[in-house]
Each structure stands twice: as C-alpha cells, then as structure tokens.
Design a protein around this ligand. Structure first.
Ligand code: RAT
Ligand code: ZN
Length: 416
C-alpha cells in the first residue's frame, strides 16, 4: 500500500471510486423475467422522458402527434433534433454519448441505425451481467408498485428470482390518492372503506404486511408534493401515522420520503410533465422527532431544500439523506450538494442513486457520478493531508465503500 501524498492522492481516490461496486438504492429497473417492464436498448435510451422534455424545447411538433409515433420513430426524431441539429450538451444528452462510448461504439458514426444494430447484436442472455459489470453495480433497488395491475400480476404469478434486484414498495397511490383509489384495495381483497375506521386501518396494515413479505421489500417509499405536511387532517397523514409507520416499526424497515415533486404541470408531456417545488422541512423534523424508532431515508427535489435537509440530518440519527434526485442530477448541483453533505455530515449519507429507468442508464449515471464524487472527496482528503492528518489507502477504501453501499445496508439493518 503506498503512502498517501498530495501527489498520489487523486489517483488513489479515483481508482477506489471507480472500482467500488455500487448498491444503487433507487431505480425504476426490473429483473429480466419481468418481461416488457424491463427496459433496455437505444430506442428506450433516446425516448427517456428527460430527453422527451428537451426535444420539445426545440420542436414545434404537436405533442399528440409525437406520442402517436412508434418508439423507433420517436427515437429517430429525438436523435435528429437533440444530437444532429444541436450539440448534445445537456446532462441527459451527454448521458447517451457516455453510454454508447462505454458500450464500445464509435460515436463518429453518428448513425442511429448503426448504433441500434450494434447494441442489438450483443447477446441477450448475459446483457444484464454485462451492463452491471460496465457500470460497476452490485445490486439495484427497484420501485415496485402493487397498484400497477401489470406489476402486481408479475409478483403474484412469478416473483423475482434475481437477487441483484431488491424490492422497494412504492406507496404513492395509497398515500397520495387514497380517496380515489381505495376501491382497488377492495378488489385486491382488502376490505377497506373510504372512511378510515379501525377496520379499514387494520386492513391497510394487512395490505402492507402482505406486500412487504411478497416482494421482500428493503424499504417502503413514497414521492410527495412540496406541500407535504404531517401531522394534518388528511388521508395521507393519517394513513402514514396509523398504518405505514407502525408497520415499518413492526418489521424494522425504513420509509423513504422523496419530497418536492409537483406532478403533471403540463399534462401533454406525459411522463415528462412533472416539476418541483420547495417543501417544508418541518414535516421531516416532526416525523424524526415523534418516531425515533422509525428510520427515514430522505431525498428532496428542490435545490433550495438541501441545506436545511443536511442540518436536520445533524439533529436526527434516524434520518439518512440520499441521492441528488432527478432535476438535481446535474454535475454542478451534484458537486455542490456532495460538498455540502460532506462538510455537514462527514461520510454519514448516501451520495447518489441513479433513478435508472432503462438498464443502460446505469452506465452514464454512475460514470458521471463517480467522477464528481471522486473529485470532491479528493479535495476533502487534501485538506486532511494539509492539516497533517495521514490517511491510508485502506481508510480511503473503507470510506468509499461506506458511501456507495455500506451506509445504506447498515441503515436498513440487514444484509440481504
Ligand atoms: O427520475 C425519474 O425518472 C422521475 O420520473 C421519477 O421516477 C422519480 O424519480 C420518482 O421516483 O418518482
Ligand atoms: Zn425515481
């Protein structure tokens, strides 16, 4: 092991960050046996909703006409507009280039048909292994929605046999729209009423237990609007306090709160229609203070919430901050947030998740994230060296393994 000096520090940190195998704690990926829920390939990459939104920055095409096209046609239009008619400088656009490069493509070809043929020629049977290997992924956590009929059927009929894909039970429908959706619970055999009487609460708890067990979920999750507040007189607040939190305690499982999303502000954009807003940190303070036996994984979507979130994490050890979510996943913001977290929380947080929807997203999201995190960490270790504190390569490796996986598993409290 070399002695770490100001000269070799960057090399050592970069090497360790590049080599660490990641636990990606929030994705929208599925195991291959989940059929067409599991997305991969160049057309899926190009029609990622981040890129659809960017396509409409340049195009005057009717939204409906675009969405009526086949996926291949949409991909062709997006490639033409975002890559050939303009230089692809945005983060999501650059992501496609990084992905193709890491897959071994010659970018100078600039021909979508050639890229498609080359990707399609990679044998399907070990495609997941191959992408995981290129991206350096150990395991990913999915987003599993028991209210989605297609997904529900897959869990009931097949289940997940691939240990690299861990489940997270997504509760948006239950918590954000109970009054519109409670009848689905009845259809699933849980006898609930619109009124949250004792029997209904018991049935919701039975529903949660059933699905946690069926999916072997490592955490429960919900995305929430900026006006999310607890306690309050709402379905969401009551179901959260009376059902979700008690079940999390009973089964010792964290709840992930993803706060700050405003859904569908321009519905014509479909999946790309969502926006964000600054949330009220007092909801998190209340939850962490009132329920010290519960564990909360929290990410917030607004840049304006980031500082108060790290300060709140200093006050509550049952709060684990994670990821630079969605609109925050831009190099300049990831760098800022990672610095802020290191300076306030030391190494006790989870710097990033990929949010991958398409298998190959894992490649670019992690290539880009690793680079920024390595640079930020190098500067922090340099400060230590300058103050006369020696760091060893083993210590650097330990810290990096914590950030990219162990912090999550220690917080979850099990090693599956
Ligand atoms: O990043 C995304 O793809 C978003 O559309 C959402 O999926 C978000 O991450 C979420 O989990 O709600
Ligand atoms: Zn997501």
């Amino acid at each position: 092991m070399p002695v770490i000096t100001q000269e070799n520090l960057a090399l050592v940190v970069t090497k360790e960050v590049e080599q660490v195998r990641v636990t990606d704690i929030h994705t929208h990926l599925y195991p291959p046996n989940f059929g067409d829920l599991s997305l991969y390939g160049i057309d899926e990459l190009l029609t990622y909703h981040y890129l659809v939104a960017e396509f409409f920055r340049y195009s005057t095409m009717d939204y409906e006409d675009f969405f009526n096209l086949s996926k291949t046609q949409q991909a062709e239009l997006i490639f033409q507009t975002l890559f050939l008619e303009h230089s692809p400088v945005s983060e999501a656009q650059r992501g496609v280039l990084t992905t193709l490069k890491e897959l071994g493509m010659d970018l100078n070809v600039r021909d979508l048909r050639v890229f498609r043929e080359q990707i399609n020629s990679i044998p399907a049977f070990d495609y997941v292994d191959r992408i995981f290997a290129i991206a350096g992924i150990k395991e990913v956590v999915m987003t599993n929605d028991p209210f989605d009929p297609k997904e529900r059927q897959l869990w009931e009929m097949k289940g997940n046999k691939d240990p690299r894909f861990k489940a997270a039970l997504r509760l948006d429908v239950l918590l954000n729209n109970y009054e519109k959706n409670y009848e689905y619970l009845n259809q699933m055999g849980f006898l609930v009423d619109k009124k949250l009487d004792e029997n209904t609460l018991t049935e919701i708890r039975r529903f949660l237990r059933y699905w946690i067990e069926k999916t072997n979920a490592v955490y429960l999750a919900v995305s929430l609007p900026p006006d999310f507040m607890v306690p309050e007189d709402s379905y969401r607040s009551r179901i959260l306090e009376k059902c979700v939190l008690p079940i999390c305690r009973e089964l010792n499982i964290p709840l992930a709160l993803m706060i700050g999303v405003r859904r569908s502000i321009n519905p014509r954009l479909g999946l790309a229609a969502d926006s964000l807003g600054k949330a009220d940190i007092r909801a998190i303070e209340y939850l962490c203070r009132t329920y010290p036996e519960n564990k909360f994984l929290v990410t917030m979507l607004s840049r304006e919430n980031q500082h108060e979130l790290v300060v709140t994490a200093r006050k509550f050890r049952n709060l684990m901050v994670f990821g630079c979510w969605w609109f925050l996943n831009n190099p300049m913001i990831v760098e800022e947030i990672t610095n802020m977290r290191l300076e306030n929380l030391g190494l006790s947080f989870i710097p990033q998740h990929s949010d991958a929807r398409v298998l190959e997203h894992l490649i670019y999201k992690w290539v880009h994230a690793r680079k920024i995190i390595a640079d930020v960490l190098t500067k922090k270790y340099l400060d230590l060296l300058e103050s006369g504190w020696k760091v060893t390569e083993e210590e650097i490796k330990r810290d990096i393994e914590d950030l990219f996986g162990n912090n999550f598993w220690k917080f979850v409290g099990r090693n599956v």
